[in-house]
Ligand binder design. Structure first.
Ligand code: MN
Length: 283
């Protein structure tokens, strides 16, 4: 099932080019969309059959007539994987570092949840004199409380998957500092529930800047796959429904600047685009 937030954070299911509105069917307060989403996630097995049976009876809109929102608007945690693809590891160490680093040495890092935006929004780059890069990633949202979960069991704790752009300032600052600017985490276009993704570790990820293909890789080339990322994170901290883990970017990173249009696509999930501008050119 494709779970979307749309317009003023209403809850929808996307099917056959339409968005079916569940806002009046399940408990949902659009002013507290994250809280509502977490409750919906925890009760999803209860709601799922009713939604499937009643879907076409719910009010609906053509997909192109709604404004999609970030499908996970305000998670308590947004964890991210650094240098998690072997070919990107070589690229990073060649360009930015003399000492090689690996995800095994670094672990995951926290990125500010307040950096999240949705499809068709604008990424505002705060500093004109610094380099910002796009990073295409597969991300997932936690489905139930997880602590010390093994990689073998990790799939049971994932509610669903979506595409994420980890817009990144290059430079010597801490990752948290360089990756937490407002608007620098576009996510979307919706959550695809785990039952529709039998193997998340085999999905193709692509990213274009101004229709030029820049990244084209498969999650199978990660060093820590989705399940290992969840397992490792749950050794350190309790993961809660609604938390996000993003699994890192493959090779092909490069700079973005004002006027760019960036599009991400993940196999079996979908695609969305964002625009890029300089923050200081705004009011
Ligand atoms: Mn990243």
């Amino acid at each position: 099932m494709k779970i979307a937030l749309f317009n003023d954070n209403r809850l929808g299911v996307v099917a056959d080019g339409r968005v079916y509105d569940l806002t009046e069917t399940v408990p949902w307060d659009a002013r507290c969309a994250q809280d509502s989403l977490e409750q919906f996630i925890e009760k999803f097995e209860y709601w799922k059959p009713q939604i499937e049976i009643g879907l076409t009876s719910f009010p609906s809109h053509p997909l192109q007539e709604v404004k999609l929102r970030a499908p996970v608007p305000k998670p308590s945690k947004l964890l991210a994987a650094p240098v998690n693809y072997l070919n990107h590891q070589s690229e990073m160490n060649a360009q930015f570092n003399n000492a090689p680093f690996t995800i095994e040495k670094l672990g995951l890092f926290l990125k500010a949840p307040s950096s999240i935006i949705g499809p068709e929004e604008t990424v505002y780059l705060p500093r004109k004199d610094r380099r910002y890069d796009y990073e295409a990633e597969l991300a997932f949202v936690i489905g139930k409380k997880a602590k010390n979960v093994s990689a073998e069991k990790a799939g049971e704790y994932i509610f669903g998957y979506f595409a994420l752009m980890d817009m990144t300032l290059r430079g010597p600052e801490e990752r948290c500092w360089r990756k937490s600017f407002d608007t620098c985490t576009p996510i979307g276009p919706w959550i695809v529930t785990s039952d529709e993704i039998p193997n998340p570790n085999e999905l193709q990820i692509r990213l274009w800047v101004n229709d030029e293909l820049k990244q084209d890789a498969n999650v199978r080339d990660t060093i820590w796959n989705c399940y290992t990322c969840l397992a490792k994170a749950s050794e350190i901290m309790t993961l809660y429904p609604g938390d996000i883990i993003t699994t890192g970017t493959p090779e092909g990173i490069g700079p973005i600047t004002k006027g760019d249009r960036v599009r991400i696509q993940v196999e079996r999930i979908g695609e969305f685009s964002v625009n890029v501008d300089f923050a200081e050119d705004q009011e």
